[in-house]
Design a protein around this ligand. Structure first.
Ligand code: ADP
Ligand code: AMP
Length: 214
């Protein structure tokens, strides 16, 4: 199964994609996670990525598309994958079609996670991540067992730099201007499935499995 998960920042894409990946035993490919990893390195590329991500803008398409092309060509992605955070604009969606064409396949489902504006703000405001393993928590809805430490490795959790109020505002603008048009793109191709993403993460996951017929 080849799934694309779309939705605004904070909708729960990463949370659901991680669970689905485990459930279906196919890789969870999140461009944001890949970029965050590269941005944590003390290299020119790392610094440039950090600047872009901290500003809330998108990383250039050409670079992003190349990265996804390489990732989707790897052996573990041949039987399926879950894309989270990609595509982010129509150019990337067209690039994805080309990449999959070359691999002789296509996307099975495009899921749009729908949430209210208030929920987006609340989800982003409480989000904490483990800088070591990337696990995602929420201080109210999905807290770690031990006060502000990762359940997997005990590392102190941090707030994402781009979850600041100012960058969040810009990310939501970028989402509205560049990512929203993707819904029409996939709707016109008969691929878009709109799904309510309100409720607990368990409820949303059950709904997602039902939507995918699993
Ligand atoms: P995205 O990948 O779409 O940016 P995340 O999966 O990182 O979103 O989720 C954003 C925040 O909201 C995280 O702190 C996560 O723990 C929390 N969250 C995710 N899904 C839900 C949900 N259904 N109910 C409440 N909080 C949620
Ligand atoms: P995310 O983890 O999906 O919220 O992404 C965090 C940041 O990484 C975004 O604000 C962008 O700067 C960058 N990013 C992630 N995915 C993409 C993408 N597909 N295209 C361009 N930039 C991206």
């Amino acid at each position: 199964m080849r799934v694309v998960i779309l939705g605004p920042p904070g909708a729960g894409k990463g949370t659901q994609a991680a669970r689905l990946s485990e459930h279906l035993d196919i890789p969870h490919i999140a461009t944001g996670d890949i970029f965050r990893q590269a941005a944590s390195e003390d290299t020119d590329l790392g610094r440039r990525l950090r600047e872009t991500m901290d500003s809330g803008e998108l990383v250039p398409d050409e670079f992003t598309n190349e990265l996804v092309k390489d990732r989707l060509a790897r052996p573990d992605a041949q039987d399926g994958f879950i894309l989270d955070g990609y595509p982010r604009n129509v150019e990337q969606a067209e690039a994805l079609d080309e990449i999959l064409d070359e691999l002789g396949t296509k996307v099975s489902y495009v899921i749009k996670l729908m949430v209210r504006g208030d929920d987006i703000i609340a989800r982003l405001a409480g989000r904490r991540v483990c800088p070591k393993c990337g696990a995602v928590y929420h201080m109210e809805t999905h807290p770690p067992a031990d006060d502000e430490r990762c359940d997997n490795d005990g590392t102190a959790l941090v707030r994402r730099e781009d979850d600041s109020e100012e960058t969040t505002r810009r990310r939501l603008d970028v989402y509205g201007q560049q990512t929203r048009p993707l819904y029409d793109f996939y709707r016109e191709r008969g691929k878009l499935i709109e799904m309510d993403a309100l409720g607990t993460t368990d409820e949303v996951f059950e709904r997602l499995l039902g939507t995918l017929g699993r």
